[in-house]
Design a protein around this ligand. Structure first.
Ligand code: HPA
Length: 248
């Protein structure tokens, strides 16, 4: 079953038919919100609002382990994670949709593994390719079918937040090779890999990253919200198309 994790600006999927709420608990605590199970074009999907129903949970306080565990327990084996990001490279301006193919993790102090030798025995997973190739492909195909040209590939840099970055931090990330910056891709992607969920991200660029382009002097939160709101309508159409082509 396909799971959709919604980030900022995507707290629910309006088109979900016969939605029912499923409150879950996990060995790691409670997920960000109740799961919503419903049908999108006749196919059952499970939705979870990453920051909670009222968008109240800060990125570093999200219980990523509980979220991924709950989705898995509900039968989810593929996850498309929607997340807003800042654009570091100049050709990824606000409104661009990106399907990244790599990650650099700059977060710290998060519960980032199931295999910590406490809850479960220590295990080292392969994470060379952090996103699932076939699921990325399906996402790109769904974009094309929806008349959207999704940017194929890019390095997602995950920062701690909730503050935005300094211009120097973004410069460093650019030198590292990061193309977009967000706060939630890790440890979410790694936990999905650990539990055996195929995971891909659909990133929405909502601002030029700090110090870049039009944001040389600062990032306006109002712009972020407006761009996110407009883009999520396009995201909903792409998600519907993914499900139609998902077919199981
Ligand atoms: N930085 C980090 N996370 C973000 C940004 C940003 O500029 N925009 C949206 N999420």
């Amino acid at each position: 079953m396909l799971g959709i994790i919604g980030g900022s600006g995507l707290n629910r999927i309006a088109d979900l038919e016969a939605p029912r709420r499923v409150t879950m608990n996990t060995p790691y605590g409670e997920p960000s919100a109740a799961l919503t199970v419903g049908k999108l074009h006749g196919f059952e999907v499970v939705f979870l609002a990453r920051h909670g129903d009222g968008h109240t949970i800060a990125p570093h306080r999200i219980n990523y382990r509980a979220n991924i565990h709950a989705l898995h327990a509900q039968g989810v084996r593929d996850v498309i994670a929607v997340a807003t990001v800042g654009g570091i490279c100049d050709d990824l301006g606000p409104g661009t949709l990106v399907v990244p193919d790599q990650i650099i993790d700059y977060t710290h102090g998060r519960e980032a593994t199931f295999f910590d030798g406490v809850a479960q025995p220590l295990q080292h997973i392969d994470f060379t390719r952090p996103f699932h190739g076939a699921l990325r492909g399906r996402l790109l195909q769904a974009g094309a079918a929806s008349g959207e040209s999704l940017h194929d590939g890019g390095v997602y840099g995950a920062t701690q937040g909730p503050r935005l970055e300094t211009a120097a931090e973004i410069e460093r990330m650019a030198r590292d090779g990061a193309d977009v910056v967000g706060m939630t891709g890790m440890p979410e992607a790694a936990l999905a890999r650990e539990i055996g969920i195929d995971y891909a991200m659909l990133c929405v660029v909502v601002n030029a990253a700090a110090g870049r382009g039009s944001n040389a002097e600062g990032v306006a939160m109002a712009e972020i919200t407006a761009v996110a709101e407009a883009a999520m309508r396009r995201v909903a159409i792409i998600l519907a198309s993914v499900v139609q082509h998902h077919g199981h």
